[in-house]
Design a binder for this molecule. Structure first.
Ligand SMILES: *Cc1c(COP(=O)(O)O)cnc(C)c1O
Length: 349
C-alpha cells in the first residue's frame, strides 16, 4: 500500500528501524522527567533549529496535535479578539473552536482562487491576534505569510501540511503549528508549536496558567528540557532520528518543488483523465498538496483505479468531496513513488 493521502500519509520507511531501535534501547519506557529524556528533548530541539533553519530565539514545544495548538493559541495568547482569515475547511474549523472561547472572534473568508496578500482587510484596531492558514490541506492552497499587513497583532499560522516540506518564513509570524502525520511523515500522535519571543511576551503579559497546556507552563518545562505532560516519546525519538537523517529544509524545499513540477506537467499533458488543478494560479498552490478538480465520475474513476493497484489518493474534503482528489507531495514521497503512480495513470486508459 502506497499512500498519497495528505495525512495521515506515507511514513518514512526508515521509521521502522528507528522504532525497533527505540524498543531495543528502552526509549519507549523512559520517564519524561529523567536525564535520558532531557538529553533526547534537548538534542531534538537543537536539530530542528539547525535543520529547519528556525531562528534561535524561537522556542519549540511538543503537544498532541495541531488541533490542540489552535486551542492553546486561544487559551494562552488571544487577549480579547482574534481575526481568522481563511479560504477552506481547516481555517473555518479553527475559527469555530476559537469562537466557543471568544464569541466575538471575527472571521474573514476569502475565495480559494484569491491570494491572502491581495485581500482587503477590515479595520484591525480591536484585533490582537490574527489566525492564518499557510497550508489549507482541504483545497491545496498555500499562502505567502507576511507581517506587513497586520500591524502589531500577534500572528498564528497553521502549517500542518507544509511544515517539514518547504521553507517557512519563521520571522513573519509568532506561532507556527503542525502535526507530524502529514508532511513530517511519522505516525500520528504528536503536534509541534513554534513560538516567537513576541508570543512569549504576550503569554507573560496575560499570565494565564489555568490550563495544563498554557504556554507559560510549557515554557517552564522546556527550560528544563522537559514537557508539561507525558509526551509521545516514541514520536519525539522518530522525529529526532529522521531530522538528523534528512537534509536541511532548504534542500527538501527544492526537492518538494521539483516533484510538484512533475505533477503539474503531468496533469497539463494528460487531460484525458478529465482532471485539472483546482487552484488556477500556480502561485497560490501549496507545493505539498495537489488538489485536482473534475466531474464526480472522473474522480471516482481515478480513485478506483488507484485503489485497485494498492495506491491511496486523498479524497476531496468538505465542500470539495465529490469533485476533487488530492495528492500529497511530502518528503516521504520519492520521485520513484511518483513514477509508480504516473506509470499507472499512463497505462490505465
Ligand atoms: C490535518 C490538519 C489539521 C488537524 O491536525 P490534527 O493532527 O488532526 O490535529 C489542522 N490544520 C490543517 C491545515 C490540517 O491539514
Amino acid at each position: 500500500m502506497l499512500s498519497f493521502y495528505p495525512g495521515p500519509s506515507k511514513v518514512h520507511p526508515e521509521a521502522l528501524e528507528f522504532i525497533r531501535e527505540a524498543f531495543d534501547q528502552g526509549i519507549v519506557s523512559i520517564n519524561h522527567r529523567s536525564a535520558r529524556f532531557e538529553a533526547l528533548l534537548k538534542d531534538t530541539l537543537e536539530v530542528l533549529h539547525a535543520k529547519w533553519n528556525i531562528p534561535s530565539d524561537y522556542t519549540i514545544y511538543f503537544i498532541s496535535s495541531a488541533t490542540e495548538a489552535w486551542e492553546i493559541v486561544a487559551q494562552s495568547l488571544i487577549e480579547r479578539q482574534s481575526l481568522h482569515i481563511y479560504n477552506g475547511a481547516f481555517g473555518k474549523k479553527w475559527a469555530h473552536y476559537t469562537q466557543q472561547i471568544y464569541p466575538e472572534a471575527q472571521s474573514l473568508a476569502f475565495d480559494s482562487q484569491e491570494g491572502l496578500a491581495e485581500l482587503k482587510l477590515p479595520n484591525l484596531d480591536q484585533i490582537d491576534t490574527i489566525c492564518l492558514v499557510q497550508s489549507e490541506t482541504s483545497n491545496g492552497t498555500g499562502q505567502k505569510i507576511t507581517r506587513a499587513a497586520f500591524g502589531d497583532a500577534l500572528i498564528a499560522v497553521d502549517a500542518t501540511s507544509s511544515m517539514g516540506g518547504i521553507e517557512l518564513p519563521w520571522i513573519e509570524a509568532d506561532v507556527w503549528l503542525a502535526s507530524v502525520q502529514k508532511c513530517i511523515g511519522i505516525p500520528a500522535g504528536l503536534g509541534i508549536m513554534i513560538c516567537s519571543p513576541k508570543a512569549l511576551t504576550r503569554a507573560e503579559k496575560l499570565g494565564r496558567k489555568s490550563h495544563y497546556n498554557d504556554v507559560l507552563l510549557m515554557e517552564e518545562n522546556r527550560q528544563r528540557f522537559q514537557t508539561h505532560y507525558t509526551p509521545n516519546v516514541l514520536s519525539i525519538y522518530l522525529l529526532n532520528r529522521l531530522t538528523h537523517l534528512l537534509p536541511n529544509l532548504s534542500l527538501i524545499d527544492a526537492q518538494t518543488r521539483k516533484k510538484m513540477q512533475i505533477w503539474e506537467d503531468f496533469w497539463k499533458t494528460n487531460q484525458h483523465w478529465g482532471l485539472t488543478c483546482l487552484i488556477e494560479n500556480p502561485d497560490l498552490r501549496l507545493p505539498t498538496v495537489l488538489a485536482l478538480h473534475g466531474k464526480p465520475e472522473y474522480i471516482q474513476k481515478i480513485q478506483q483505479t488507484c485503489m485497485a493497484a494498492g495506491i491511496e489518493l486523498g479524497k476531496g474534503y468538505g465542500d470539495w468531496q465529490a469533485t476533487t482528489v488530492r495528492i500529497a507531495n511530502f518528503p516521504s514521497h520519492t520521485e520513484k513513488d511518483i513514477e509508480t503512480l504516473i506509470q499507472l495513470l499512463t497505462h490505465e486508459l
